[in-house]
Design a protein around this ligand. Structure first.
Ligand SMILES: O=C([S-])c1cc(C(=O)S)c[n+]([C@@H]2O[C@H](COP(=O)(O)O)[C@@H](O)[C@H]2O)c1
Ligand code: NI
Length: 449
């Protein structure tokens, strides 16, 4: 059996929605808080509560920094953005999640947005700038589980890479403001801890719904999806559906988490649903603003076959030498491609050309597409996610009169099929001066009854 986690992102995703939805699946909130405390970061409180929004029962997670006052901000362009998500605020809500006291201007700062709050004032937010190295150090030196550490650092790295690209800096030069604040660290590490606690084998997501318009943050006025999110979209295999809502529904923190942990984007896989969790966002969009997490199981085997998702990349090339193409395929295979192959094609302007196809795991697609761009003259790659059915296989070693040979054993409709390993047979054939076929036959004879 395989445990599957599916994120239904019908209202986007943010850091606090992620941790809230995962806890709402049935994790013990106290146990999660205890794990997060192992970070050794001080000066915050996590409030996890069950609430009803639009008649749906779910979880709301708010990280409050000690001595925090309300975040004071007025919203020029869109509702309460910068807070859809990952930062705590004390706005109270009615049953439908609408703000009752929309903004408390008690500080008299009159900020125009939350990020300005972070940058210029110290009324409760953690203002420290942190580099990826600082954050990785906090995580590495803590006593949270190894898997949670790996996930959390991978999320921060993903976001740092996007920020670096957007701002024309190196990853080391990137200093997080919003995302470096304690509440975002808690959201990301908290989500990583929950994923580890849920012991899931595979994670998938739906296309992610995003609003439109502009937000204000420390960079000034940014279009939605914000640049860091757009950057991370590349190579993610995740698609965006634009809603007619003037709000930022997808935050860099939320998308960073999603991109890092999911293996594929599409419809909910067929599975037996065990539990469903709703994690509420903070923005009032006038409709249910929640991330839905669905946990279930499916049998990995269906008719003796395994099903999983792989990425298929294709590019048509008419201006790269045969030498360079052969070299590219070799590099792709060495870098983790499941397969890399060529098809002769006829392109426009009567050009005989070559289509390069690469099959790979989702997590390798970005790296491999970069390699294709680097080694060939192509300027575009088609990328799609596709389901793969494979026969369950066992590798075993047999003793033959020619020596030890590895074989793949697969079962098809109850019949066992033996596939001797090419490398082993080729080596023996060369050493013993036999044909490859002769070696194959000798190995296969071992399995004749
Ligand atoms: O802090 C930075 S560098 C930052 C970059 C970007 C880019 O798209 S670049 C966007 N933002 C906005 O700030 C808030 C908080 O983001 P979190 O992911 O930390 O919650 C949000 O509106 C982002 O879009 C910040
Ligand atoms: Ni930025």
């Amino acid at each position: 059996m395989e445990r599957i986690l599916y994120f239904d992102c019908f209202a986007g995703i943010s850091g606090d929605m992620s941790i809230a939805a995962l806890i709402d699946l049935g994790l013990n909130p106290e146990a999660v808080i205890k794990e997060i405390a192992k970070l050794g970061v001080k000066g915050y409180q996590i409030e996890i509560k069950k609430v009803n929004r639009f008649s749906i029962s779910g979880t709301d997670v708010t990280v409050r920094l000690n001595g925090e006052a309300e975040c004071v901000h007025d919203h020029g362009d869109i509702p309460c953005n910068g807070h859809n998500h990952d930062h705590s605020h004390n706005h109270s809500r009615d049953e439908n999640g609408k703000h009752q006291n929309s903004h408390d201007h008690s500080h008299g700062h009159g900020h125009s947005d939350h990020a300005d709050c972070d940058l210029e004032h110290s009324h409760g937010h953690d203002n420290r700038e942190r580099s990826l190295g600082d954050i990785s150090h906090i995580i590495q030196s803590s006593e949270i589980s190894q898997r949670a550490k790996e996930i959390a650092i991978a999320v921060f790295t993903e976001i740092a890479k996007a920020e670096a690209a957007v701002h024309g800096k190196t990853v080391e030069e990137v200093h997080f403001h919003e995302v470096g604040a304690i509440d975002s660290i808690v959201d990301i590490v908290g989500a990583a801890i929950c994923i580890d606690m849920l012991q899931v084998d595979k994670i998938y997501c739906s296309p992610v719904h995003e609003g439109q318009g502009f937000i204000h943050c420390r960079h000034g006025r940014l279009p939605v999806p914000v640049p860091a999110v757009i950057k991370m979209l590349g190579g993610s295999g995740i698609s965006i559906v634009t809603e007619d809502i003037q709000a930022e529904l997808v935050t860099p923190t939320g998308f960073g988490i999603l991109k890092t942990i999911t293996e594929g984007c599409g419809k909910m896989p067929e599975m037996l649903v065990e539990s469903v969790g709703y994690g509420f966002g903070k923005t009032d969009t006038g409709r249910l603003n929640a991330l839905r997490a669905i946990l279930g199981t499916r049998s990995i085997e269906k008719d003796g076959k395994l099903r999983d998702q792989v990425i298929l990349m294709e590019t048509n090339i008419d201006n790269t030498s045969g030498e360079a193409l052969g070299y590219t395929a070799e590099r792709l295979l060495n870098a983790g491609a499941l397969d890399a192959y060529f098809t002769p094609i006829q392109m426009k302007k009567n050009r005989p050309a070559t289509m390069l196809s690469v099959i790979c795991k989702k997590e390798d697609s970005e790296k491999l597409s970069e390699l294709i761009f680097k080694e060939t003259a192509t300027i575009g790659i088609r990328i799609r996610e596709t389901e793969r059915i494979t026969l369950d296989r066992k590798i075993s070693t047999v003793q033959t009169e020619l020596g030890e040979v590895r074989v793949k054993l697969v079962s098809v409709s109850g019949l066992e099929r033996v596939q001797p390993e090419y490398e082993d047979c080729a080596k023996i054939a060369a050493e013993k001066n036999l044909s490859l076929n002769e070696v194959y036959e000798i190995v296969k004879m071992k399995f004749m009854k």
